[in-house]
Write a protein that binds this ligand. Structure first.
Ligand code: GLC
Length: 480
């Protein structure tokens, strides 16, 4: 039996800022339990809902040396959905309404957390064969391991995997400050190690010192070999080619199951989707104050409102889009400028546009079950998850051909009746608009083909099964 410890800054259902939390919280369930014992460790934020906090069991205290200081903390434990989760407690770092989000505070938080992940292993009595690190927040785990822990008897022969969920999130910070916080020797802060473009770069440290590096789709793994997508780390990625690969994310098939979904009024499967999706659509329109019309082309946008998501393309042609017989529902929060844009459109087109500027899980499920299409025109997208959830529910994706979208959305072919969505190549608002109108045309005039798209989408497997096997292969490679 091999032991694996996932280390990350977030995991569903405890705390979620982005797709990272879905991956960390649900992938562990999908490993072969006769071969792998996979557990998870995250910070114990005050923002974790009370219902979970109450159920946590105290494991013990630790005290560790970090740079010139001694730092204290506690560890808690909770079984959830068959998986053991550990929580590192430290009120100084993890209190506050927002778990994280300001780089000046975050760096120190995750320096602490990364060293704590290693320090608490004897306390929790779990010596992993592999520590699987997710995101820059855990980039220092392989570095600290290499620096001091690897030599100690208890810690011998632990391997590390670093999964990069987004190459734009690197945890780059003022070099001297990081030197001071970590207590790492000057020799670490050179271009072959943690230094990048004058800063200390935690993600880079993780990539350099991990035994294996992965990212979240095959296409993105290719893309990050170039300057635009690699965000300055493309050289390192190319160097690591032998121990670097893309493994596509999946989604949790229990949580996202249109036949058993308790958030939606009319659950359905492949035998009755047409009738029940239409009913869910009317419910959704009613709830959001849109004109109730089962035949209007209803487009959903479920996404963080950040630059990478291609929202400027949507803004550019929004009025033209709204001159057609469509409705648009936006769900997500993020940068104020985007929130403002969508709020204005919903005022301008009250019967057609609904802007819901706070992520809400229940609403997301209702959208997967009631929208006809989901629009994802991202500039880049390491994997993307909401379109996978949509596919599972038969909401047809309209995506730009990049990253994970490229690996999961097969463009509809009107002659062969194959495909599960629509896609366009260039980052161009009119190309996007033409593609939306093409999809709408099929929806309006060729319902048989549209239904075929829905069936193709609903039948394909987007669960974790295949990817979990790929990760197992990585674990085997580095431990044998
Ligand atoms: C990041 C990426 C997204 C990916 C998610 C989970 O949020 O931007 O594409 O799906 O991580 O890996």
């Amino acid at each position: 039996m091999k032991k694996v410890l996932f280390a990350a800054s977030e995991a569903v259902p405890f705390i979620k800022l982005g797709g990272l939390a879905d991956v960390v919280g649900t992938l562990p369930k999908n490993f072969d339990k006769s071969l792998y014992d996979v557990r998870v460790i995250i910070p114990k934020y005050s923002a974790i809902p009370e219902e979970y906090d109450q159920k946590m069991e105290f494991v013990g205290d630790f005290n560790m040396k970090l740079a010139s200081k001694r730092r204290y903390g506690g560890v808690y434990r909770l079984e959830h959905d068959g998986i053991t989760f550990y929580f590192v407690d430290n009120e100084f770092f993890f209190a506050g309404e927002k778990p994280y989000g300001e780089m000046s505070d975050d760096i120190e938080k995750f320096v602490f957390f990364s060293k704590a992940v290693l320090s608490v292993l004897p306390l929790i009595d779990f010596k992993p064969d592999i520590i699987h690190c997710h995101g820059w927040q855990t980039g220092l785990v392989p570095v600290f391991y290499h620096d001091s822990f690897a030599k100690e008897e208890f810690y011998k022969n632990i391997k590390t995997v670093m999964t990069v969920h987004n190459f734009t999130a690197q945890g780059a910070y003022e070099l001297n400050a990081v030197k001071y916080m970590t207590g790492l020797d000057d020799s670490y802060f050179v271009p072959e190690k943690l230094e990048a473009y004058g800063s200390a770069n935690l993600l880079k440290g993780g990539i350099v010192y991990a035994d294996y590096v992965t990212t979240v789709s095959e296409s993105y793994a290719e893309e990050v070999r170039t300057r635009f997508f690699g965000e300055g780390l493309e050289g390192l990625v190319c160097e690591k080619a032998d121990s670097f690969k893309g493994i596509l994310n999946g989604i949790d098939y229990d949580q996202y199951n249109s036949a058993k979904d308790t958030y939606i009024k009319y659950p359905y499967d492949i035998s009755n989707y047409e009738e029940n999706r239409a009913k869910n659509k009317l419910e959704l329109q009613k709830e959001l104050g849109l004109k109730e019309d089962k035949d209007v082309f209803l487009i959903g946008i479920v996404t963080g409102l950040v630059n990478q998501k291609g929202l400027d393309l949507i803004d550019c042609v929004f009025d033209e889009l709204c001159s057609e017989n469509v409705q648009v529902i936006i769900l997500g929060s993020g940068e104020k400028r985007f929130e403002k844009i969508f709020a204005l459109y919903s005022e301008k087109y009250p019967e057609k546009v609904s802007a819901n500027l706070k992520y809400n899980r229940c609403m997301a499920h209702k959208m997967y079950a009631g929208c006809d299409a989901l629009l994802r025109p991202s500039l880049f997208e390491p994997c993307g998850l909401s379109h996978l959830k949509g596919l599972r529910y038969g909401a047809i994706p309209i995506v730009r051909e990049t990253g994970g979208f490229k690996d999961t959305v097969e463009a509809y072919d009107e002659f062969k009746h194959t495909g599960n969505g629509f896609s366009f190549r260039n980052y161009n608002a009119y190309e996007m608009l033409n593609t939306i109108n093409y999809a709408k045309d099929i929806y309006e005039h060729d319902r048989e083909s549209w239904n075929k798209l829905i069936e193709n989408a609903m039948k394909k497997d987007y669960s974790w099964g295949h990817s979990a096997l790929e990760y197992q292969r990585v674990y085997e490679t580095i431990t044998n």
